[in-house]
Design a protein around this ligand. Sequence first.
Ligand code: TEU
Length: 570
Amino acid sequence: MTKPPQQTSCPVPEAERTWWKESVVYQIYPRSFADSDGDGIGDIPGIIDRLDHVADLGADAIWLNPVYESPQHDNGYDISDYRSIHHEYGTMGDWEELLAQVHERDMRLVMDLVVNHTSVDHEWFQRSRRRDPDYEDYYIWREGEDGEAPNNWESFFGGSAWTYDEERGKYYLHLYDESQPDLNWRNPAVRRDIFDTMEWWLEKGIDGFRLDVINLLSKAAGLPDGDPDAEWTGARHFVDGPRLLAYLEAMDEQVLSNYDAMTVGEMPQLSVEQARKYAGTDGPLDMAFHFQHTKLDYEDGKRWSVGDWDLPELKQITRRWHDGLSAEGWNALFWENHDQPRVVSRYGDPETYHRESATMLGTFMLTRSGTPYVYQGQELGMTNAQWTDVESLADVDARRATRELLDSGQYDSFEEVADIVGYRSRDNARTPMQWDDSDHAGFTDGEPWLPVNTNYEEVNVAAQADDSVTAYYRSLIELRAEHDAFVYGTYEDLHPEHERLAAYTQTLEYPDGGVSERMLAVLNFSADREPVELPTTVEDADLLLSNYDRDAITPTTAHEPYEARVFRLE
Ligand code: TEU
């Protein structure tokens, strides 16, 4: 191996380093992680009992999905009280203990905050519908037109984004379920209340926020009609709206900038240009989730469909986001979350090459610059589950989509839509975490709120041996912690057009020139044995990691199905 040139400077200047850039974040969906009291619903004491699993994996931070008081129509994304803990999950005392235990393990805690909307049960909404003068304008109320909704905007969960409220005698806007009315961010009192809430949690010692659908806060004035041909009618009037930047800048100035807290904004339909505005180096947020790589398998752009996907398109998206943000911002990297199907069922092969494809996909996520987010169970290679009828689905979105598909007249029975719904439903991510091979996978002593995936006897934490998916994730995370090139390096795609192999370098240079480290990853995204056409056999390269049992690669070693190879070139 060539020696790095003698340099006095450090490749990554201190000013550019932050803890959240160097973190691997582990996402916990409380309802499905671990149940301590046998009611079938995961809870905070259950999370505390299992924290060592997260720490042993090498995670640096936890993103906790909403645990605030909520009627749970959308599993906590419908908050009825921002300052208390949902009773099924525990008490504020339990939550405080969780924070302490996370910190004790040198990890950080990032809370999920939903401020585009509340629950209809929130006191603000109850007062608003009664026309309490202090709360009258907390939500977006409009008269209908001749007994019809004020305009044709559509809820993300389907149907009109407006619901008529008998008590107030007006329609209110809800971009999600009718139980989730949108807050009126134009009202300074709403902004003040939300900023106070954020400050309240930060004062408790949390380390940041994941901000739910944060690019939807600013709605166009005058309520224009939407575009009925768009994927989401009306979206152009509320995604990336006119005052969004001002709202987020105020949030940063008045609250966030006073803390060493990280922020990741969830931003549906986000473009690179918008990401630079909100999460660029000078932007109010630290990073943003975009969803372009989660739509590769849509047919004709439709969410409720199952289409073929291709690797050059994934690489193109990866390049676009790396090139667009690496110098002027920061990327958030993920495959899964609580809304997405399991990645091994999507872009891998859960039947024949479960371990190989799960680890290869993990390699793609954990060897590139940005902050990676591992969703609970991804480190086991958890797969999509089995859905037999509409009643077996719990997700408000999937249930509604199923009814709509059946009502469309194109399908006659659940069996006919099962392939689409079963593949796409958010329930796939929400089946209980698989801890061991005992009843209900060790998730609960009671009846789980959502059935455990039938493969739990093979796929579970206790069964993970030295050559398991989890052990490989651990090695990946360790490798990332050892080499700044994976975190801060420049990504270069060596073969953008190859349909089965991905090959890229991550290069870390000194500010005054000269390479500090150069890594190469070559990943086989197919079940085919691929001959060597790519520079995987560079002389002097050190093989750092592979998901096959290899000591070395000779110049002719073909790529096995879903093989991942990571080298150090310099
Ligand atoms: O999701 C926002 C959202 O639009 C997602 O539904 C996402 O774009 C979609 O699943 C991609 O396929 C957030 C939360 O993550 C989700 O759980 C909530 O239901 C939603 O907001 C409303 O709060």
